[in-house]
Design a protein around this ligand. Structure first.
Ligand code: AMP
Length: 487
């Protein structure tokens, strides 16, 4: 089945060819005809499957007919994070180049004035994070009664971030007769409930087993002691064919310290985490996309959905605490048919995390023995290769190293980094000591109304949700202001 068979307009087909796509992906094949027919849709699809184009493409053709009205957007796309919202906006620009549609992006961290001006003119597409949208709605700056198409993207992520009450409220402000599309990587019961309540006779499609990992990604677990993490990561970065890499850490302090340490060692690295202001985060992403830096040290703020072409490697400096974060993190490589490699450093304390990851993904991840530490469940401490026992680690490496990867030298060859003593203390925080980790609200710990981002509080949950209106400090990128093809 080709794009032409899906019922899309010639203008859109020409933009798709311009984007370099030859065939629709499975989620596009299944979703596009249903959306064009006006049906509600539940799509269980992960990022990396082409799901954004699965709703953006038919939306462009649907909205191609009709006119905008001041303050009344014709369609609304809800995204859990600012980065994802900005990315969907980029998709509209790319695919909508032959259409005269107007768009506004409504996200926290950007001055409201420009966003309000765009809305006042009237927009075909409004892309928003729930917190900022509720804020503007409560100020009477927006009417959702003309909004006949709603997309709830990354619904399970919205749930994790405590946005479901906002989404329910937003749904009640839209006209009852509308088309609603819900995209989610998984379908936990609260999302099913939301769909039952707000979607009308939806078609359900599923394109990948929830939480399955991409077969194009060669995955490795590297047993390591906490003290050796820095030197192991440097050896992996040096020894493998790393072109561009994202290194994930669980805590913001680790992200900052690791980035500094890598820079001191001469790597071209940058960082992204929830303590940074939005313009800084976007600027850092931009440097990474442009190739000014080739290593991005990140917290889970960057794990989901971000689509950066050609990331050859993902490193988990810390094994993620939530197994679904593993799937999202490594999904930053091996995108759009490319191959990728992931390495997850695992200390003996991570045994349970690793176990949970393997249970969720349904596969045992191959071990790469770099002599740093025994895998917690495989070997007792005393069987760890001794310093200088290079023959053992070299042999193990030769047997286990992936065919394409250049084998790293043994860790015993690496000088001890002075910062490693600090790294050793970076243990998983105890229940009452989580101030430095990237907070991820648990499903059962939804924020109280007043804690939610739009409630005017200066508190920010972790920076990846819709934070306070702290203004835009730098030049606004073109895609953040108004948008493609002004009427
Ligand atoms: P998404 O799942 O929306 O994050 O998309 C993942 C990547 O797939 C993005 O880089 C898209 O540009 C790319 N993509 C989307 N549709 C296609 C297609 N039909 N053929 C090739 N690449 C695509």
């Amino acid at each position: 089945m080709s794009f032409a068979d899906l019922g899309l307009s010639d203008e859109l087909l020409s933009a798709i060819t311009g984007a370099g796509y030859t065939d629709p992906t499975p989620v596009q094949k299944q979703a596009i005809p249903s959306v064009l027919m006006g049906r509600d849709l539940i799509a269980i699809a992960q990022t990396g499957t082409g799901k954004t184009a699965a709703f953006v493409l038919p939306m462009i053709d649907i909205l191609g007919e009709g006119r905008t009205r001041a303050l009344m957007p014709r369609s609304l796309i809800l995204e859990p994070t600012r980065e994802l919202a900005a990315q969907v906006a980029e998709n509209f620009e790319k695919y909508g180049q032959n259409h005269k549609l107007s768009m506004a992006l409504l996200i926290g961290g950007v001055q409201m004035g420009d966003q309000v001006k765009a809305l006042e003119k009237g927009v075909d597409v409004l892309i928003a994070t729930p917190g900022r949208l509720m804020d503007l709605f409560q100020r009477g700056k927006i009417l959702l009664t003309g909004c006949s198409l709603l997309v709830i993207d990354e619904a399970d992520r919205m749930l994790d971030m405590g946005f479901i009450p906002d989404i329910e409220e937003i749904c009640t402000k839209l006209p009852k007769t509308r088309q609603t599309l819900l995209f989610s990587a998984t379908m936990p019961p609260p999302i099913k409930k939301l769909a039952d309540k707000f979607l009308d006779n939806p078609r359900t499609i599923e394109v990948a087993r929830p939480a399955s990992t991409n077969i194009n990604i060669t995955q490795w677990v590297v047993p390591v002691s906490a003290q050796k993490k820095r030197s192991v990561i440097e050896r992996l970065l040096n020894g493998d064919e790393v072109k561009t890499a994202i290194i994930f850490a669980n805590r913001k302090t680790t992200v900052r310290d690791l980035n500094k340490s890598l820079q001191r060692s001469g790597f071209r690295s940058g960082e992204i985490h929830g303590d940074m202001e939005q313009p800084q985060r976007l600027a850092e992403l931009d440097r990474f996309k442009k190739g000014d830096i080739n290593i991005l040290v990140a917290s889970d703020v960057a794990a989901r959905g971000l689509d950066i072409k050609g990331v050859s490697h993902v490193f988990n400096y810390d094994a993620p605490w939530h197994p679904d974060d593993y799937v999202h993190r490594i999904g930053r490589t091996g995108r759009a048919g490319a191959t990728g490699v992931s390495y997850t450093l695992v200390t003996p304390d991570d045994a349970e995390n690793l176990d949970n990851i393997e249970k969720l993904t349904g596969q045992k991840i191959q071990r790469l023995d770099m002599g740093g530490a025994p895998a917690p469940e495989e070997a007792p401490q005393e069987e760890k290769p001794k310093r200088g026992d290079k023959s053992k680690t070299a042999r193990a490496r030769k047997e286990k190293a992936p065919a394409r990867a250049k084998a790293p030298a043994t860790i015993e060859d690496a000088p001890e980094a002075p910062v490693e003593a600090r790294a050793a203390r970076e243990e998983r925080p105890k229940r009452d000591d989580r101030s430095q980790r990237e907070e991820r609200p648990q499903r059962e710990e939804r924020p109280r109304r007043d804690d939610r981002p739009h409630a005017g509080s200066s508190r920010r949950r972790d920076g990846e949700d819709d934070g306070p209106d702290d203004g835009w400090n730098g030049p606004i990128p073109e895609f953040l202001s108004v948008t493609f093809a002004v009427e």
